[in-house]
Design a protein around this ligand. Structure first.
Ligand code: FE
Length: 287
């Protein structure tokens, strides 16, 4: 049985300023209503205007109780953390960071040769049993992310499975699917999505028909976040001229109450107070 998903909600990302003055397009952020369970936040870095002067980044800040997923298309992000990890997330790379009980890190975006910085940061919730786990990084180079190309479609599999190919990011509580999908003008694709998983499509280039056999007749134009309804697949047809490119993400809802506070997402207010206390006492990060 194949139940095609339809668009349930269309979100227009809003410009927000985060870190030391970084302009982002935010589709949604952490909220006690937890409407996007297991996802908590989706930001799009897109510095498309020639800005004079240095690009401000995200100076040292903590995380607890979540996973941050950075996927870059252009430019890069240099990162460094309190546990001695450091590196560069370049074009096509992904960093899937499980903060667990705590890390302190900085993330500094830098322009690529094109002068652009384009990338995404997704936050994924952790279940209560893993919120205080050891921090863990999965840093995947662009070459290690499989790409499947057929019938005018290019699909990069970061996490989860597409056409029997499994992405390199593994052992994540939310059992996520994270795909970068590019369709040429007029191309179509049929994507499997686990029934019962929450699913989103972030349309960031071009336009396409999203929904039941591409029959919705309403072209969705970039830039939009689509919340998908129930079902176990998604049909997309690219616009004739432009093609379309989108991030497809899905995951198993964690179904626990959440209490977000800045870069922390815990289950209760007491756990947030503990995180602040740990920061003050210098016991936030444990090697
Ligand atoms: Fe961060």
């Amino acid at each position: 049985m194949d139940v095609p998903r339809k668009i349930k909600q269309i979100i227009e990302p809003q410009f927000v300023i985060e870190g030391a003055g970084v302009l982002l397009r935010r589709s949604f952020g952490p909220n006690r209503a937890n409407l996007f369970d297991p996802f908590l936040l989706f930001d799009h870095f897109a510095f498309n205007d020639p800005i004079e002067g240095p690009i401000r980044g995200f100076p040292t800040h903590p995380h607890r109780g979540i996973e941050t997923v950075t996927y870059m298309l252009e430019g890069n992000v240099r990162h460094r953390d309190s546990l001695g990890n450091a590196g560069v997330i370049g074009p096509g790379d992904v960093q899937w960071m499980t903060s667990g009980r705590g890390i302190l890190h900085e993330e500094m975006p830098r322009r690529g040769p094109s002068g652009l910085i384009i990338g995404f940061q997704l936050w994924v919730n952790l279940p209560a049993a893993q919120k205080m786990s050891q921090p863990r990084y999965q840093e995947i180079n662009a070459e290690s992310i499989p790409m499947i190309e057929e019938n005018g479609a290019k699909v990069r599999v970061v996490a989860g499975e597409y056409h029997g190919v499994t992405g390199p990011v593994t052992e994540i509580a939310a059992r996520p699917l994270y795909l970068d999908v590019a369709l040429e003008g007029g191309a179509q694709i049929h994507l499997s999505l686990a029934a019962g998983h929450f699913a989103l499509a972030y349309v960031f280039e071009g336009e396409g028909l999203f929904g039941e056999s591409g029959q919705s007749e309403e072209f969705v134009q970039a830039v939009r976040m689509l919340v998908l309804g129930e079902g176990d697949s998604l049909d997309v047809q690219a616009g004739r001229g432009s093609g379309v490119r989108f991030m497809l993400m899905a995951g198993a809802p964690i179904r626990e109450p959440i209490f977000p506070y800045g870069p922390f997402v815990m289950n209760t207010q007491e756990e947030i107070q503990q995180a602040l206390l740990d920061l003050r006492n210098g016991t936030f990060v444990q090697n």
